[in-house]
Design a protein around this ligand. Structure first.
Ligand code: ADP
Length: 616
């Protein structure tokens, strides 16, 4: 049966092989057993249930939390030639009737439904009349309070199993810690589910973390690296969205805002403009993104610290879904912690507040982390990387370097914390060791300590960094309320010189040639052999077709497919079908025009056609 699924994958989506985990996920479906599939954003979850749904007899039901998400998926399926429909509250009576008609007639392969509808009486009755091949629960973490997107309407889904006892249920999510996983299985009453967990690493994303200084300049530096390409800039508060968006527009960029305080209509317009590549920059709060399948986002900047690593992974993961290189930059300051702390204070349920506060602390540690960012992110999900150097984060690319005397510096700081004798915070401690006689320092008598001024040769912001790094490595613990520092057993071991922590400082400026290519512009390998002129021509062609058909450009062909076209330059239908991402329907629909444009461009520029097709 798996061969049938593979054939469907080729015929409808134009993919020759499975991405990691897709085969095993489809095998579960073939065996008719429940499963839970955990793959990061961009891991290729959708086809895990879509390809089997096409190949199996009957119709699959897909539960999805957002209307925009359902709409995008149904539109994308239609482009691939798959018969899919949706039932949600936005449909007009006539549209709804038409979909119900198709369900009854047995012509739909996939039906998307919102969670609150699926257990409504009339729908249960309707679904009882058809042969259901499987139920897929997308964004399944929404069922768990321990996840980051809890949706009360998902709680209803606990009744799916008793309502449709014979139909296998497959849960899909991108973010699930152990706790969330157990919750999903329990709440959906999955029967001995096969648990499939893919690698959480996204090797095509280059991660970096910077202290926020001149926010506008830092954001502009990223935008400039990707001129004309799509990017998302996240802010913590609505007011920040408005200010930053205004500043960017003032500087001549076509940026649009998005947050929950705007009118629905304007928000939808801005989201559509971004999805359709009419505006390349969206400045948003976390309200933006869950319904966004856009595959060609080339950068995600966080202009403030997110409130949990799960949020960060989810939001930054919206970059580079197409597998091509993309960049994620996090700008933060210690004040962000306070802002979130204040906002989390509004959570009424004490347990939920405690969970959220704990997660905030982990995020803060990530910002101060001194190890590989990829490693830190996957470690959060209980995994580890095999590579010692990811070659795709600021730390591994050498933006920061280990200092020469970490033990000496660390002991000076830790001894000072011990001598200060009370729970003083990072700023206070940094002032003491750098010998800054601030009023609070003098008042506490700390200018008389033997540690006063021990690190006066170093700039205070850097010393603050080191203190944070020591806290992130567990040598100091920080009181969540006051920020006060106390020594931990690990800190004492450092004082006794039994352990040496890792302390980093910015690398000295390098010669031009040595600037890591990835951070400068992480593109090189992805462009090998691609004729960039042809790529631009094809991009314009795609945009025109997308506008005509009123669909987002990436629904026609993803950027990865477009690049492969500009690299391999097929001359006929057979070779066109060998390009990844072009199934029969799309070849029929767009093949001729793309082939004609490619041929014309190659003649005009003396380029060879049909590269690399010999082996196919
Ligand atoms: P997720 O839902 O896990 O975020 P998607 O289903 O959106 O991921 O897929 C991510 C990208 O990978 C999409 O651009 C999709 O077209 C592509 N993709 C999925 N499966 C394959 C495959 N077998 N081969 C090549 N590309 C694939």
């Amino acid at each position: 049966m798996i061969e049938q699924f593979a054939r469907a994958l080729k015929q409808y989506w134009g993919y020759d092989s499975f991405l990691p985990m897709q085969r095993r996920a489809m095998e579960c479906i073939a065996q008719g057993r429940d499963s839970m599939v955990i793959l990061p954003t961009g891991g290729g979850k959708s086809v895990c249930f879509q390809a089997p749904a096409v190949a199996l007899p009957g119709m699959a039901v897909v539960i999805s939390p957002l209307i925009s998400l359902m709409k995008d998926q149904v539109d994308a399926l239609a482009e691939c030639g798959v018969s899919a429909g949706r039932l949600d509250s936005s449909l007009a009576f006539e549209e709804r009737r038409a979909v119900i008609g198709r369900v009854r007639a047995g012509t739909l392969k996939l039906l998307y439904v919102s969670p609150e509808r699926v257990l409504g009486e009339w729908l249960i009755e309707l679904l009882g009349q058809v042969n259901l091949s499987l139920i897929a629960v997308d964004e399944a973490h929404c069922i768990s309070m321990w996840g980051h997107d809890f949706r009360p309407e998902y709680a209803e889904l606990g009744r799916l199993k008793e309502t449709f006892p014979k139909v296998p249920i497959h849960a899909f999510t991108a973010t699930a810690t152990d706790r969330v996983r157990r919750d999903i299985a329990e709440r959906l009453s999955l029967r001995e589910p096969e648990l499939l967990v893919g690698s959480f690493d996204r090797p095509n994303l280059v991660y970096s973390v910077q202290r926020r200084g001149n926010r506008l300049e830092q954001v502009r530096a990223v935008i400039e690296r990707y001129r004309g390409e799509s990017g998302i800039i996240y802010c913590i508060r609505r007011a920040d969205v408005d200010t930053l968006c205004g500043e960017l527009r003032g500087a001549g960029y076509r940026a649009l805002p998005y947050h929950a305080g705007m009118e629905d209509e304007e928000r939808r317009r801005n989201q559509d403009a971004f999805i359709r590549d009419e505006a390349t920059i969206i400045v948003a709060t976390v309200a933006f993104g869950m319904g966004i399948d856009k595959s060609n986002v080339r950068y995600v900047v966080h202009a403030g610290m997110p409130k949990s690593i799960e949020h960060y992974q989810q939001e930054s993961g919206r970059a580079g879904r197409d597998g091509l290189e993309a960049e994620c930059v996090l700008l933060w300051s210690g004040a962000d912690f306070g802002v979130w702390k204040h906002l989390l204070g509004n959570i009424e349920d004490p347990l939920a507040r405690k969970i959220a506060t704990g997660k905030l602390g982990e995020m803060y540690d990530y910002c101060n982390g001194v190890g590989c960012r990829h490693q830190a992110l996957v470690a959060y999900f209980g995994q580890s990387l095999r590579r010692a150097n990811c070659a795709a984060c600021d730390i591994c690319l050498g933006g920061l370097e280990p200092i020469a005397e970490p033990l000496d510096v660390a002991r000076k700081i830790l001894c000072s914390v011990a001598r200060q004798g009370g729970a003083y915070d990072v700023a206070h401690t940094a002032a003491v060791v750098t010998g800054t006689p601030k009023p609070a320092v003098v008042e506490a008598g700390h200018d008389a300590l033997s540690t006063f001024g021990l690190l006066e040769a170093h700039p205070r912001p850097l010393v603050r960094e080191w203190i944070e790094q020591l806290a992130a490595q567990g040598c100091l613990s920080k009181d969540l309320e006051s920020g006060g520092l106390t020594l931990t057993p690990a800190g004492w071991r450092v004082i006794r010189a039994e352990e040496t922590p890792r302390l980093l400082a910015p690398a000295p400026p390098r010669e031009e040639a040595k600037v890591p290519a990835k951070v400068a512009r992480p593109t090189e390998e992805g462009w090998a052999g691609v004729d960039e002129g042809l790529y631009e021509v094809l991009r314009r062609l795609r945009k025109g077709l997308a506008e005509e058909r009123k669909v987002p450009a990436y629904v026609i062909f993803g950027d990865a497919t477009l690049r492969e076209l500009a690299r391999r330059r097929p001359s006929d239908r057979e070779n066109l079908l060998a390009v990844s991402g072009i199934g029969e329907r799309k070849a029929g629909q767009y093949g001729e025009i793309f082939l004609a444009v490619i041929r014309q461009h190659c003649i005009e520029h003396g380029l060879a056609l049909d590269m690399d097709f010999a082996a196919v």
